[in-house]
Design a protein around this ligand. Structure first.
Ligand SMILES: *[C@@H]1O[C@H](CO)[C@@H](O)[C@H](O)[C@H]1NC(C)=O
Length: 201
């Protein structure tokens, strides 16, 4: 029996590295911005430009990650089990669901909401509760994971399933790190608003 995943391929490890790198990078960048205003300073004190620049950077890193993933899969063995028509076709609704979750959450949050604007002090007026946030708490992450999964199935590559699992783990870690922090950013604003209210401002 031949191996399901060819771990000797450098492209597999390059893809894994970019999957690990991206959320690590944006979390470090966002924390640096929050604590030291490092990106805003780069943009002459304009936090909005800084956030747009981070958005373009994260978006580009995402395109590179997708490219490396596809390259990695093309040099991996296929599995006949994954290539059965029923399994293969199941990737289509997965792909559509994944992309719908990602695109609609970007639309609901806007650029600064999607790309860590809270760390720049660009806060949303209220938490977004409209679709897709009424069906899942992290539509962007779940949607992205589903898209990786769909691609792995569509191409019939077990290596893709392994890399998708890595995506899911990285997003899980990212959320454990991000969610309490962003909650605290908004809690801090509420405390400040409450204090401001008492002073009659
Ligand atoms: C979520 O909101 C959409 C419209 O914004 C609605 O059609 C859908 O039924 C809602 N889903 C749930 C589970 O509440």
């Amino acid at each position: 029996m031949s191996a399901l995943v060819d771990f000797s391929q450098p492209s597999f490890w390059l893809s894994a590295a970019s999957i690990v790198f991206n959320p690590t990078f944006w979390n470090i960048a966002a924390r640096q911005e929050y604590h030291n205003k490092i990106i805003t300073k780069l943009f002459g004190g304009n936090s909005r430009y800084g956030c747009y620049a981070l958005a373009v950077t994260i978006f580009s890193l995402g395109i590179i990650r997708d490219y490396l993933y596809n390259e990695a899969l093309s040099s991996q063995p296929s599995s006949t089990a994954l290539q059965s028509p029923l399994i293969s076709l199941s990737s289509i609704p997965l792909f559509l669901t994944g992309n719908t979750l990602v695109l609609t959450s970007m639309y609901a949050l806007g650029v600064t909401g999607t790309y860590l604007g809270d760390y720049f002090g660009i806060l949303m007026d209220a938490p977004v509760t409209s679709f897709p946030f009424n069906v899942t708490d992290a539509p962007m992450y779940h949607g992205s994971t589903l898209s990786f999964l769909a691609t792995a199935i569509w191409k019939g590559k077990p290596a893709g399933l392994v890399l998708t699992a890595l995506v899911a783990v990285m997003y899980k870690i990212a959320r454990m790190y991000e969610d309490p922090f962003t909650s605290e950013i908004y809690a801090k604003r509420e405390r400040e608003q409450a204090r401001g209210g008492k002073k009659g401002q």
